[in-house]
Design a protein around this ligand. Structure first.
Ligand code: ARG
Length: 398
């Protein structure tokens, strides 16, 4: 199985150029108008040109497809890559951030396209966009609704790229049926993949959408469940009947993502938990050496509430450091917990110092978190107790 190179696409174009081009989108989608639904979507660029989609999963981390950043003999250099954030227009140049590090899944196979996932560490943090939540255990049952978006080809017969982000609604396709179909072309799907689209081929993702997000509704928000990977038949690359799109199953990689990025994103009902417990404790102790000489050592800790992001403000810890939350962009907040976001790599050298850091605050604390250093333990005024085990780097709630 090979991802068809651009050359084939160009040949394809020559072949079909005499035909009337039907105005299809993403394949049969619509323009993405809801400015919030895909606000974390990124255009991945190589030498400034859009090559794939990607998703912001933490202020400084994005996820994309491994095949997007792969060459015949390895991984493209991070310095050739950048991402565009914060706009649905792919030509927008306002927020283009260079990529600092590329982490391709170690078991990615360019033959089977198994483990088609890669992480991109950005040169700077995107602080005004709420990253997307990763799906942790989505059932992905046949007929379940999902949505895919991208700036990929809109035509099944020619090349027609949009400037504005396109989206389309898909249904999860029965995996057995889908694999059966692909088997006829000697393509063997793995458990790290799932199929979404329509067996009649009416709606699909397409070339240029790769690496981009497939989201599924989860309550009143959306989670990143899939990454556009590949699809199509020998004769038709997109929107081919019986060959729905194949997506990387994000939930299989949550642990891997967390290990590399040090991010942990969970929906934690603190209101619930605070009723029953006085402290949250993570075993271990802090090693102050880790951030003694790091200015703004805690700038990497973020939390989100009602879709708004806060950054923990802190200086180098001294015996009486007081930390507070600063809203990353100025909006009033409903005092209600929704989500805690956790970050890492305090000195930006690419290695994860704090795989976990859990922060919590009571709803009434008005976003003011106070902490003092106490034998390597943070004590928060709202009874949140954090311990850090430099060796174990694991999270535990009690
Ligand atoms: N591999 C393609 C890319 O690089 C995405 C293909 C998706 N194909 C499909 N039929 N859904 O952009």
């Amino acid at each position: 199985m090979k991802i068809l190179p651009l050359l084939v696409l160009l040949m394809l174009e020559t072949i079909v150029s005499a035909q009337h081009a039907v105005n299809l989108r993403i394949i049969n989608g619509t323009k993405a108008t809801d400015t919030h639904q895909w606000e974390w979507i990124l255009s991945l660029r190589q030498h400034g040109e859009h090559i794939c989609g990607a998703s912001l999963i933490a202020p400084q981390w994005a996820v994309t497809a491994a095949h997007c950043i792969s060459t015949d003999d390895g991984v493209v250099s991070a310095s050739s890559l950048s991402v565009m954030a914060g706009s649905y227009n792919v030509y927008n140049q306002d927020t283009v951030i260079s990529v600092k590090k590329v982490v391709r899944h170690p078991q990615y196979s360019d033959v089977s396209i198994d483990n088609d996932i890669a992480l991109l560490k950005l040169a700077s943090a995107v602080s005004d966009i709420t990253p997307v939540t990763l799906a942790q255990d989505a059932p992905l049952l046949e007929h379940d609704p999902s949505f895919v978006a991208g700036w990929g080809n809109m035509s099944t017969t020619t090349l027609e790229f949009p400037s504005e982000l396109m989206q389309v609604d898909l249904k999860i396709i029965d995996f057995a049926q889908c694999s059966q179909s692909y088997r006829t072309e000697e393509i063997y799907l793995t458990d790290n993949m799932f199929c979404a689209g329509y067996m009649d081929g009416s709606k699909d993702s397409c070339q240029g959408d790769s690496g981009g997000p497939l989201i599924i509704p989860q309550g009143n928000y959306y989670e990143l469940a899939g990454i556009v990977s590949f699809g199509g038949s020998e004769t038709q690359m997109c929107g081919a009947p019986n060959f729905p799109g194949i997506y990387t199953k994000v939930q299989n990689y949550v642990a891997w993502i967390e290990r590399y990025t040090g991010i942990l994103k969970r929906h934690i009902s603190l209101e619930e938990t605070l009723k029953t417990r006085e402290f949250y404790t993570i075993d271990g102790t802090f090693s102050w050496h880790d951030f003694e000489n790091v200015p703004n050592a805690f700038d990497w800790v973020y939390q989100m509430q009602n879709g708004r992001m806060f950054q923990l403000q802190g200086k180098q810890p001294t015996d009486n450091d007081v930390f507070g939350w600063k809203e990353v962009y100025g909006l009033t907040i409903t005092p209600q917990w929704q989500m805690i976001y956790l970050g890492s790599d305090i000195d930006g050298d690419g290695t994860t110092k704090f795989d976990w850091i859990v922060l919590g605050m009571h709803t009434n604390a008005a976003y003011k978190l106070e902490g003092v250093r106490e034998n390597g333990t943070f004590k928060y005024s709202d009874k949140l107790d954090i311990h850090y085990d430099a060796t174990a780097q694991t999270v535990r709630f009690y």
